[in-house]
Unconditional design. Structure first.
Length: 444
């Protein structure tokens, strides 16, 4: 691209040079042409009979012909209509300038010529007779001069472009070398190696390298979190698996059918627990897959919450918990119904699991200033305010070790809410007791 641009600029410069060369050649040659016309004019005299006579000084023409293979023509005319001597068909110039020669371009015998015309008058002492001397020459010498000037500047220009190209080539190659080294260094890296790039690079790409480095830091953090998560998840699954093994061994050694049945019951509970953890992990995987959802279609949060509440009624009844629902009409939010169902299910499940027998749990959907608010409220023991922030983390559990769980429920709630631009808040329950978890979604 640089070369193309330089070539275009060079072309423009060349056209300008050509114009100037023509101008220069004309100025130089015109002066000689005028001198020759003047030399002839000096020799025009008035004869005794009043007519004009001229004795052409051949040196006057000689100074022209010596230039090149140019041919020279002339004519001398007296007062309008009278031709005195020279080439009668030679074109002259009608325009006159009393102070000097006038010049023009024309053709004569099929060749281009340059014409100079000089008006003077010869005097007898009594009266003066005007006359015009016209001198013309072919333009070979001028063209040669023009061509020589043009050729030289074209040559100079070509060398300049070539030189610039070489310099650009060397400079670009040299300054891109560090980028190549950078590319090699990254290509050779171990995929797990996320420490910052320390290659020396040109100033212009330092910003890029900084961006890549900060990205690597974030990537390292994300990978670390993933490793931590995988470790935690497998640890969580190992516990029920170990229980199942123990119970299987016990039932194998059981002396009575009763003992074997008891072991099977324990094992079955551990399987249910493992199943629950797996289900939660699958939900988390589904959230990750949803990480950049296109705008979800609107769904009615009232209907979703009512259905989820109905699903939990038998379990609540089994624990002697009064589970109720409040909410009217429809409240549309943009969310994925399965994931929102999971969110509500986790909250109701927690309330049933931790509020304790005899508690009452209320699921509520209300319109709020900031959007649509879903609340799950209970009057159980709740969570101490200072522990509410941390309880949202994955695998974080409360003191209640008796209830089986992995500590993923509230993390799932928060991640699903974030996915659909919702916000989770933990507050006190009804009458200052228990816990209210509220999730506010923007209204669709
Ligand atoms: N309604 C509630 N009342 C009192 N404590 C609660 C309530 N909900 C949650 N908690 C406390 O918060 C902890 C974290 O809850 P979360 O739902 O994240 O995990 P989990 O219920 O222990 O396990 P999972 O839901 O993965 O089976 C619980 O262990 C419990 O101690
Ligand atoms: Mg839970």
């Amino acid at each position: 691209m640089l070369l193309a641009a330089t070539a275009v600029i060079g072309m423009a410069a060349l056209i300008d040079t050509y114009r100037e060369a023509v101008g220069t050649a004309n100025t130089v040659s015109d002066r000689v042409l005028a001198g020759s016309a003047l030399a002839i004019a000096e020799r025009v005299v008035v004869a005794e009979d009043g007519s004009l006579e001229v004795d052409i000084p051949y040196v006057a023409l000689e100074m022209l012909t010596s230039a090149a293979q140019d041919r020279v023509f002339y004519r001398v005319d007296g007062p309008p209509g009278t031709f005195i001597t020279g080439y009668q068909t030679l074109p002259s110039i009608a325009r006159r300038n009393p102070r000097g020669a006038v010049f023009g371009d024309d053709t004569f015998r099929g060749e281009p010529i340059r014409v100079a015309a000089l008006e003077r008058s010869a005097s007898t002492g009594i009266h003066s007779v005007p006359f015009v001397v016209t001198v013309a020459e072919t333009t070979i010498a001028r063209q040669q001069l023009t061509r020589a000037i043009l050729l030289r500047s074209a040559l100079r220009l070509a060398m300049m472009i070539l030189g610039a190209a070489t310099i650009v080539w060397i400079a670009v190659t040299y300054s891109l070398k560090p980028l190549e080294r950078l590319g090699d260094a990254i290509a050779l890296r171990n995929p797990a190696d996320l420490h910052p790039i320390e290659e020396r690079v040109p100033e212009e790409v330092e910003g890029l390298v900084e961006t890549v480095n900060s990205f690597m830091v974030r990537l390292a953090a994300a990978l670390g979190a993933l490793r931590n998560f995988t470790g935690n998840a497998s640890h969580q699954l190992r516990t029920p698996l170990a229980i199942i093994r123990t119970q299987l061994a016990l039932s194998a050694r059981a002396a009575t059918l009763e003992e074997a049945r008891a072991a099977a019951r324990e094992g079955d509970q551990a399987v249910a627990h493992a199943e629950r953890i797996l289900a939660q992990l699958l939900v988390l995987a589904r959230i990750d897959a949803h990480a950049a959802p296109e705008e979800a279609a609107p769904v009615d949060l009232v209907a979703l919450a009512r259905a989820a509440t109905a699903d939990h009624v038998p379990r609540a009844a089994g624990r002697d918990i009064d589970l109720g629902f409040e909410g009217e009409g429809t409240q549309a939010v943009r969310a994925e119904p399965l994931l929102v169902g999971e969110l509500i299910g986790n909250l109701i499940g927690n309330a049933i699991a931790y509020a304790g027998a005899g508690a009452s749990v209320t699921v509520r959907v209300v319109a709020a200033d900031e959007g649509v608010r879903l609340e799950v409220e209970d009057d159980g023991p709740g969570i101490a305010p200072e522990r509410r922030g941390a309880i949202l983390e994955r695998f974080r559990r409360g003191a209640d070790g008796a209830t089986p769980g992995a500590g993923l429920g509230l993390a799932i709630v928060e991640e699903i809410a974030a996915l659909f631009k919702g916000r989770v808040r933990l507050g006190d329950g009804a009458g200052g007791r228990g816990l209210t978890v509220s999730v506010t979604f923007p209204q669709a």
